[in-house]
Design a protein around this ligand. Sequence first.
Ligand code: C2E
Ligand code: CA
Ligand code: CA
Length: 972
Amino acid sequence: MKLASAFNQSPSLVTLTRLADDSYVDVNDSFERVLGYSRITVIGKSPVALGLWDKTRRERFLAALRKSHSITNEPASYRCSDGGEYHGVLNAEVVSFEGEDYVLSIVQDTAEHGDESADLRRNMEAALQLSEQKYRTLVDHSQDGVFITQDSNYTYVNQAYADMLGYVPQEMIGSPYMNFIAPEDREFLDRLWTRRRAGQWEQSAYEVRLLKKDGETRVLASVRSGPITLDGRLSSTGTIRDITEERRTQQALLAAERKYRAIFEMAVTGMYQSTPTGQYLKANQALAAIFGFESPEALTSSLKSISELYKDPAERRTINTDLERDGRVTGREVEMRRRDGQSIWISLSARVVRDDDGKVAYYEGSLHDITARKRVEAALQGSEQRYRMLVDHSQVGVFINEDGRYTYVNPAFAAMLGYTEAELTGMSYRDIFPSDELAAADDRFQRRQRGEAVSNDYESTLLQKDRKTRVNVTHSIGTIDMDDHRFMIGTVRDVTDQKRNEELLKHNATHDPLTGLPNRTLFIERLATAMESSRAVGAPGYAVLFIDLDSFKVVNDSLGHAAGDSLLVQVAQRLVRCLGPSDILARHGGDEFTIMVGQTHELDDAVEVAERVLGELLKPIKLGDNEIYTNASIGIAPGHVDYGSTEELLRDADTAMYRAKAAGKAGYVVFDHDMYARARARLRVETELRQALDNRELRVHYQPIVALDSGRLLGFEALLRWEHPVRGLLSPDEFLLVAEETGLILPMGWWLLKEACRQIRAWRDRHPQARALSVAVNLAHKQFMYAGLAQQVSEALQEAGLGPDGLHLEITETVFLENPKAAESTLRKLRALGIALHLDDFGTGYSSLSYLAALPLETLKIDRSFVMDMESNPKDAAIVRTIIELAKDLGMRTVAEGVETVQQLHMLQNLGCRTGQGNLFAPALDAKRADRLFDRTLLALNPGESVHAGTFPRPVAAASLLRRTRDFFRRV
Ligand code: C2E
Ligand code: CA
Ligand code: CA
């Protein structure tokens, strides 16, 4: 009010004009009165337009004001409304408030210039001060930032501005405003101010980035400012607003808008809004392009109805029906037409937009051209047909399974299981898996459905339509996910034949091809299982029989291999008949068989099986035209929980079998621990015997062979001894069997042959009466069968420098049994060397005498067992007589073994046996002791006692012979 009255009541002409358009905002009473213009007529008009001011002068005035913001004591003249002129002194200044610049002008009458003017000035200043306070309160509480700068420093900032940058106002006031401008904008602001200082305020609003107190964070501010003159200096004031957030939102909106526009305008997807009746309300460029139009307008203007675009217009109706029923259609594939008539495929998705009343407002949709895809699909379908043809004709089963059911099967798969394709299609995999494999199949299926890793290749069996026949197959399965659905595509191969072959191979590997019985490998495997379970229950429950045929070799050699094979097959068949349900029979090799008697609790069970076997073998076996008898030696090893390995058990059964053979064949022996001990001993002998030859532990002892009529020394039998380092002198029965079994007899015999020849040659050289001395060397079966024998013999003779008359060889009948032809040829070779051959142990073996006449044998040795009992047993005496007579008939000589008594000597003499050996004369002597025999020809008969076979010995003679012999030994 005060300001208003001061303004109005001033005697000076006071006006307020807006600087921007130089129009009157207000004039005071004096103005009206002096110049004759009413307030109403001047407000809003400019002084120049009213004719109050000269235009040029007014412009100059305003320019000066803009430049310096104030003008003091300028002469001014006004044209009054009546045409008269009014002169005065003008003071003016630019005042800004609320962002607008005003010019406050006060014109004093030149005539009245004086106190009045000073008065007015005081009043005006007071008024201004008042208004400053008023405004200050306003700006202090303004939500916008407000500032004043003077000489590039802030002289005022309000709370809002300080808050904006995180300061309190006092921190900012006095500081250069430039400090608060982000560095990147300082140059811009610098230029702005350079222009403002030059009076160019055209850019009153601008945006600038400010720095918060942290020196980092930017605040985007919108600034409106203008110049003011304060204390006569150019200053600026303005408002400032944080528009960071606003701008961000704006930009986001802008981006979204751009995006939407881009999508709509530039998308390859056609987009539209349309009416149910078939008019496009909106369509984008892409839509037009899809149908071959240059613009959406061209499209809409040339169409009467959208239906025209459909190849089959009826299809739009069905789509609309679906749309209105479901609210939307998705991915509908439709064949449509382009403007040029060319057919295209469209994928269409649309929805119904309804108004507030629920009525259909319009359809909104998108579509895109899928012609290319359709073309590829068609091509694929073509190739699919080709593949299908392949699959249909494939020999491998192929199927597609969906949710466990077969949705496709090829003919091969159907045929594999005996179904037609139609029958099998729709069936579940559960219908074709046998019940014992169903759990595994279910598990695989469920894991695969869940997407877990399952082996894609596996073997199984499937049931044929008859639900009985099983087919072995291998599956190979792949999982395919398509349209949210899981399919299994698989191939199935019938491997029944392959399986059968594999099983055959496996069978062959574990069975003997000749007899079809399990072989040694399988037997040992089964035995191991039995041993294991027996250990688990802590009771044996099984036994092993080791069966060795007694005369297989004879058959094989005499009747041929085919007969041998047939024998084995027939024996196997008989053995099978002896088995109990839990027994296993195997061919161990050659003519050896093994039986595991399972589930025995008594040894009797095993013995019973052994007896059944022997019983079965009693019946003759037909081999072609021949009927032969065979038998077996059986060793039984009862199971024992202490057995560590199958080898131990088999070894013991084998040991027992040897005992059975030694005991006279065609029988069985149960293994016991003495036997075990013996077996161990035998093993030790074997080990040591291997060293004996190298260690020079072998010796030759010589038993004299004498003329029974005269007692004259004819020669020696060489007998092998083993000077064992611990056990002393061992006779052949303690090691000979082992030597023969191990083949050690060959090097040992070779050594003995040379040694004996050497010794005889030495004796011949040393003793004149021994010129015709000979040595009889025993040949074991193996030695005799050795192909190099004749060669060895001649070498030994040569080496010793001994004539063939110095060496006799003793063989047994067994050599003729196994291979008579080879034996005969060896005999002839030896005979050709001039060697006399003696048949040892005659009468104990096979008394087939036919060969005796045919073979070049020189002497029969009457076995000790006959001589031993001939005095008491007339039967033995008869045998001895028969042998002697037979020999005479065949032109052979006889040597009686084991002559121990004078009676025996007497009987032999009477029967016509001329030669003999035995303890009655001398046991086997070592070379040294034998050598002494030559010193004194004690064994020679008394000179003049001429003896002739058949006439000599008289009891007296025999008695005297004995006496002399005994005397001799007492001295040796
Ligand atoms: P053999 O060929 O029948 O030898 C005769 C055996 O009867 C010898 O036993 C001999 O010491 C023994 N003997 C001789 N007179 C009497 C007697 O009046 N009373 C008794 N009770 N026994 C008598 P030895 O030396 O123990 O030989 C046993 C067997 O060992 C031999 O029987 C022979 O078959 C074999 N043998 C011995 N030396 C050799 C050899 O160098 N090579 C081969 N292959 N076998 C040999
Ligand atoms: Ca002998
Ligand atoms: Ca003998």
